[in-house]
Design a protein around this ligand. Structure first.
Ligand SMILES: Cc1cc2nc3c(=O)[nH]c(=O)nc-3n(C[C@H](O)[C@H](O)[C@H](O)COP(=O)(O)OP(=O)(O)OC[C@H]3O[C@@H](n4cnc5c(N)ncnc54)[C@H](O)[C@@H]3O)c2cc1C
Ligand code: FES
Ligand code: FES
Length: 1235
């Protein structure tokens, strides 16, 4: 059992969250303290509770977020600062952030900025964009420095509770005594596993020969994963962490010897110390290891993991010593160790004069990511010369084991370190470092090119040695201090989120007779189901029942807009991950174990996986949408030039930190049921065969949604509800299940033809979108429509024609995701804009500027642009970013650097606000005033971190004229506000805000006579007087957006209530050899009207921007050619981490731009700023353009999204890429296909 399960299920300490169960997100971070018998002191470490076996914690004290402070008693400064610095939105990552920072401060109450940044390497947040978290926590730093993030502080750091280290919980004295006693062997026997913790080396060796198949476990960061995800069982586990020989550190004449149980954190500390003390020539390997450690996992992993599988040089096993060369790893995850042998220590040698050593790691994300290619390179020169005496190159990522290109190494011996050697080495490496085109992991040409590029980096490094031996608008003057609209008030739940007291769906205490549910899903993309065998699953202890399609009492047909899918697959499966059934058991572990052994036999059919497959077989959902304005044929005739191109935009996983969860509780009569759900919308009654009035869905808050919980959560809720007809049933999906079954952002292919003048002015556009919709229509129709509504982004094109296809494929149905097709439509627009600029040879900012709309222009859907502020945003963005000066500096930099290039880009956005399905543009609210004057507010929107409840309280506060503290929102529920629209389309604060305002107005009118009668009275006086006068103090509010109704056939009617606008500028630097990129600067100017809450709005801008940064530069979903998702967790799927924040970030809200179309002149902005990250993508494209010009290449070129290191490297064509051409398509089966 893991510590996390123990904390949450056995102790009911639900502050610590489950985000991934694989050590990749940090939501489960806790502090573990122990008396270290060998260091003879108490050590505190942040660890991932989801990986830590409870058995390994004997002698340890565990402190969780629940234990360091509460809202009611005393907040810990770490909890207070993240909340007040607006670093908690949905709050699901917050307890983990708090505990990482708390642990750092326990070890070092005055940390440096670097310490703080390092402390968060293992924590992910999907909402905030990270800046406010770091900013709040930097107030603990010895030297306060807010770095290069320009955002006005919307809190007062001088009012923070000071940190007082003397007030911390002490290490329990009984554990201290226990730790000082001689160690003794311990055994723990579980349901299936025997865990033995030997106390001496002799005991360990005896046990290993007695149980040769036993598994040694130290940090469990390697072994824990297959046990959890592949159902692997190790019946005997030996835990050698307390054996003194395995924890020792010895300095010898040759190097430093580390016991095999020394953690990576300890290894780093010792090596850092040695580098500071020893002559530099001796510590070449140490420095290279330290550099690698920076990028090795996160802090929590390094605190417990040992350095077994890494690159180290020499190790001792049992009592012999062996060199760690390519013979050490005979196969994937295999070592030369025999079953009865153990590894005792690892020796890391000193280097000598004339010896140079470098290590490189290229991964999709720099921080906390597994390498694509990694290498260690060692060269020794003949004394006083540049002639190679010995050279050893060793590569990871090029085969199942480490590869040493022996032929190349041999060839280089005796050569001088010069261009000729480089040429020879590259030619030889290109021949020797081959990979089959279908190699697991894909990216074959890139990986091959990397071996050359990394060698080139080593070459340059050695050659060098040889040669030298944010702002916001203040509220208007005179605004009452009790009017909270426009003030940056903190997210109302932030403090509870920081203490772990905020309750999410799975934190609801277990019901006495509750059962747990696990899904049975298809392993085939397209097949008839022949049989389902539950025989073996039934033998798993605790299994109570199975649920299949035949068990659904009502209708098995479902869907949010079109009823074209089934709750449970019956005769046929249409994607890998299609839900076929479910197992219900006494615990989650038993339910999951049983689900994994249900055997389904299939008759397989040919699947359609990618957009290209769908085009080839004309597999489209109907209707195909077209939007047309002007005469494109004439437009092309009138143009000086025409160009054609295409861009593919990859999909994206929502990666909300809280996965989908439902607890269903039957009420025992009349078919009533209560559902606690993490959803943006709720629909289950149909499947239960009862009227909707019997089902109450309750949502307290969600740990993020981003569209992923709009429609896809319905299926899970329905399955759980069906299983819960007799007893309460709970299911919170594991991260891998959630990623597998719920679908994500639609991948898009955009094909375009543009007619333009030599000046860069665009005359005509014909664009076709293909969206990979997956195995059901879900919301794809509206998503493709929104792409068409945004196909021209912010540019005035006289003749436009856009067509949108929904590709019907055998992938899990793709669905709503922040932006809802808008970002894809605009991304294609920026691709043709970039092509036109490159073809004309005119700077892209000039071409973009000359084509921008002006006030009063008509869009392709004939909506007139009023209060059009893009021009203003553009000028402000140029000004704040110092664009022209920056442009000059970029050009100068690129002249001076051959292998590093910089790029710059400025991109506008115009985002339509309203649901395009007109009926959804309605909202309700219910407001009760109690006799003590307190107000209970309910509205139709759900809280998922976006601060909706906070804004609604602000609206009610202004409308009623009372402080926010008198108003409370408990939850969203279908029995208080019925028939709610999904909390989506960025429209929730507009719609619900107006509904709340409407309800408040009704109440105010009812109170008015009592105010008139007693003008000097208080709110409570008026409420009381009204109550005793028998006045109804509850009111409903309702709002529908007026004048909406676009018609595609006539291309007329208003599609949107208004538009949100923004402009962003980014500067990036790329490493042309590896493709690594860094965002150096971003300025964002957003028009948010008159902000309801600038702190929340800036949080939305930054969070959306970072999500866009992930979409356009980093996040890649890989599918096998058979349609199976290969990237099912944070280990394989990389969202931006702390290290990905732009070095310089400036977010600014446009001043003086009230919006007369929404509540209190505000504008919504949940979705619009996401596209601002396109400026990073096009800055990368600009930098690649500079790199290509070095190879004599000019003009338009294709760059698909995301611009990963692989794509950047491949686009920077040069002599190395030419040596590693891709294999001919169709001649091999690739590891992954582009969908
Ligand atoms: C989120 C995350 C990120 C990661 N990032 C990286 C990364 O960036 N780079 C990377 O290389 N790896 C990474 N890993 C993999 C893993 O952390 C490392 O391989 C780590 O070194 C394993 O150490 P551990 O103590 O946790 O191993 P454990 O899981 O405890 O055991 C690892 C293996 O070593 C064996 N073993 C342990 N001690 C001995 C001994 N004395 N003698 C013989 N065999 C022994 C075990 O039987 C087991 O097979 C990551 C893992 C996670 C979960
Ligand atoms: S839940 Fe433990 S790291 Fe994600
Ligand atoms: S606040 Fe960090 S994930 Fe939501």
């Amino acid at each position: 059992m893991t510590l996390l399960t123990y904390l949450r299920r056995k102790l009911g300490l639900t502050g610590t969250k489950l985000g991934c169960a694989e050590g990749g997100c940090g939501a489960c971070t806790v502090m573990i303290s122990k008396f270290h018998p060998h260091l003879k002191c108490i050590v505190h470490h942040a660890v991932n509770a989801c990986l830590a076996p409870v058995c390994s914690l004997h002698h340890c004290a565990v402190i969780t977020v629940d234990g360091i402070g509460t809202v009611a008693s005393r907040l810990h400064p770490v909890q207070e600062r993240i909340a007040k610095a607006h670093g908690s939105q949905c709050g699901f990552c917050t307890p983990g952030m708090v505990m990482s920072m708390y642990t750092l401060l326990r070890n070092n109450p005055e940390p440096s900025m670097v310490d703080i940044e390092e402390a968060f390497q293992g924590n992910l947040c999907r909402c905030t964009g990270y800046r406010p978290i770091l900013e709040g926590y930097k107030t603990f730093a010895k030297v306060l420095d807010f770095g290069l993030w320009y955002c006005a502080l919307m809190y007062d750091p001088s009012k923070f509770i000071p940190l007082d280290p003397t007030q911390e919980v002490i290490f329990p004295p009984e554990l201290l005594n226990l730790g000082k006693q001689p160690p003794r062997q311990m055994k723990f026997k579980g349901e299936r596993v025997l865990w033995i913790q030997p106390s001496t080396l002799t005991e360990l060796l005896d046990l290993k020969s007695h149980y040769p198949e036993s598994k040694l476990v130290v940090g469990n960061t390697e072994v824990g994963m297959p046990m959890k995800f592949k159902n692997l069982l190790y019946p005997v586990i030996l835990a050698p962490a307390y054996i003194s020989e395995l924890n020792s550190v010895q300095h010898t004449k040759q190097g430093i010897v580390f016991g095999a149980a020394c953690t990576l954190t300890l290894l780093g500390e010792v090596l850092r110390d040695a580098v500071a003390k020893l002559p530099t020539y001796q510590t070449e390997v140490f420095k290279a290891i330290l550099e690698q450690l920076r990028w090795f996992a996160g802090k929590q992993i390094r605190n417990v993991a040992v350095c077994l599988e890494q690159t180290i040089i020499k190790y001792c096993f049992k009592f012999g010593a062996v060199l760690m060369d390519d013979n050490f790893f005979p196969g994937y995850r295999k070592t030369a160790l025999k079953p009865e042998e153990i590894l005792l220590s690892i020796e890391i040698p000193y280097t000598k004069k004339g010896q140079y050593f470098s290590a490189f790691k290229q991964s999709p994300r720099q921080e906390d990511d597994i390498a694509i290619v990694t290498c260690g390179m060692n060269v020794v020169f003949k004394e006083g010369s540049n002639i190679v005496e010995k050279i050893l190159l060793s590569f990871g990522g090029m085969a199942p084991t480490t590869v040493i290109p022996k032929t190349t190494c041999k060839k280089l011996i005796g050569s001088a370190w010069n261009e000729k050697l480089l040429e020879d080495a590259c030619a030889s490496l290109a021949e020797e470092m081959v990979l089959p085109p279908s190699a697991p992991g894909g990216m074959v040409p890139y990986r091959r090119t990397l071996t050359l590029s990394l060698f080139f980096k080593f070459y340059l490094t050695v050659k060098h040695y040889l040669a030298v031996d944010l702002q916001h608008e203040a509220v208007p003057p005179g605004q009452s201090s009790e009017d909270f609209v426009g003030r940056p008030i903190m997210h109302l739940s932030a403090l509870k989120q920081a203490t772990g007291e905020a309750v999410y769906c799975d934190d609801i205490p277990c019901y006495e007779n509750e059962l747990h549910l696990a899904l049975i899903t298809s392993t085939k993309a397209h097949a008839h189901i022949l049989s389902i065998d539950t025989g073996e699953a039934m033998t798993v202890p605790g299994v109570v029942a199975f649920v299949f399609a035949k068990d659904i009492p009502g209708s098995n047909i479902t869907g949010p807009a079109f009823y074209d899918e089934s709750v449970l697959a019956e005769k046929m499966v249409t994607c890998v991950g299609h839900i076929v059934g479910a197992v219900v058991a006494d615990t989650q572990a038993h339910a999951q174990r049983a689900a994994k052994v249900v055997k389904i036999t299939y008759d397989e059919l040919k699947p359609i996986i990618s957009i290209q497959d769908a085009i080839d077989s004309q597999s489209f959902y109907q209707p195909v949408r077209t939007m047309k304005k002007g005469d494109t044929a004439q437009g092309f005739k009138d143009s000086d030039h025409i160009l054609e191109g295409e861009i593919h935009i990859g999909g994206q996983e929502h990666f909300y930190l809280e996965t989908n969860c439902t607890v269903a509780v039957p009420k025992g009569e009349d078919g009533e049921m209560e559902l606690f759900v993490s959803t943006q919308t709720a629909l289950v009654a149909k499947a239960l065969g009862v009227p909707a009035n019997r089902i109450v869905c309750r949502v307290k808050r969600m740990g993020g949604g981003f569209g992923g919980k709009e429609s896809r959560s319905i299926i899970l809720s329905t399955v759980v509800a069906v299983a819960a007809m007799k007893r309460p049933v709970r299911c919170m999906l594991d991260r891998d299940e959630d990623m597998l079954v719920t679908g994500g952002r639609h991948p898009f292919l955009g094909r375009y033809k543009v007619g333009y003048m030599t000046s860069g002015k665009i005359i005509a556009l014909d664009v076709t979108f293909y969206a990979n919709a997956g195995n059901s229509k879900d919301l794809s129709f509206s998503i493709v429509e929104r792409a068409l509504f945004h196909m021209e982004n912010s540019y005035n094109i006289p003749h436009v024609c856009g067509t949108g296809y929904m590709c019907k494929t055998n992938l899990p149905s793709n669905t709503a995701f922040r932006g809802f097709g808008g970002p894809q439509g605009m991304m294609v627009a920026e691709s043709w804009m970039s092509d036109v600029a490159l073809a004309c040879g005119i700077p892209s900012y000039e071409v973009r500027r000359m084509n921008l709309y002006n006030e009063g222009d008509l869009t392709p859907f004939n909506q007139r642009l009023e209060q059009f502020t893009i021009g203003k945003c553009w000028e402000e963005c140029l000004d704040i970013s110092n664009y022209m000066k920056r442009q000059g500096a970029v050009e100068e930099f690129n002249r001076q650097h051959r292998w590093t290039k910089r790029g710059l880009s400025i991109i506008p956005t115009k985002f339509g606000i309203s649901f395009t399905s007109v009926f959804l543009n309605q909202a309700g609210a219910l407001v009760h005033i109690y006799t003590d004057g307190s107000v209970l507010l309910t509205h139709g929107g759900t809280e998922m971190g976006q601060g909706l409840h906070t804004k609604m309280v602000q609206v009610a506060s202004r409308a009623l004229g009372i402080p926010c503290s008198k108003i409370f929102i408990s939850e969203t529920s279908t029995n208080t506000v019925a028939n709610t629209s999904p909390t989506a389309a960025s429209a929730s604060s507009d719609l619900n805000g107006m509904a709340v305002y409407n309800a408040c107005q009704t109440l105010l009118q009812r109170l008015e006579p009592y105010k008139v009668k007693n003008p000097k009275g208080s709110w409570e006086d008026w409420v009381n007087a009204a109550y005793f006068d028998r006045v109804n103090l509850s009111a409903n509010g309702f709002y529908k957006t007026p004048d909406l109704g676009y018609n595609f056939d006539s291309n007329s009617g208003r599609a949107f209530n208004y538009f949100s606008y923004g402009v962003s500028c980014s500067e990036v630097e790329i490493d042309c050899l590896t493709g690594r990129q860094k965002t150096l600067h971003t300025t964002i100017v957003m028009d948010v009207g008159k902000s309801l809450n600038p702190a929340i709005d800036i949080g939305q801008v930054e969070g959306a921007f970072m999500q866009g940064l992930g979409l356009f530069t980093l996040e890649e979903l890989h599918y096998s050619p058979q349609g199976s998702l290969l990237t099912r967790g944070p280990g394989m799927y990389k969202i931006p981490a702390f290290g990905d924040i732009p070095v310089e970030l400036q977010v600014s809200l446009l001043r003086d731009s009230p919006n007369d179309k929404a509540i209190f002149s505000s504008k919504v902005l949940g979705e619009p700023p996401l596209f601002m990250a396109a400026s990073v993508f096009y800055a990368i494209k600009d930098a690649i353009t500079a790199a290509r010009s070095e190879s004599g290449l000019s003009g338009p070129f294709r760059l698909d999204s995301p611009a990963t290191s692989e794509r950047i490297r491949n686009a920077c064509e040069d002599r190395f890429t030419k040596l590693c051409p891709p294999a001919e398509p169709g001649t091999y089966t690739p590891w992954a296909v582009r969908v």
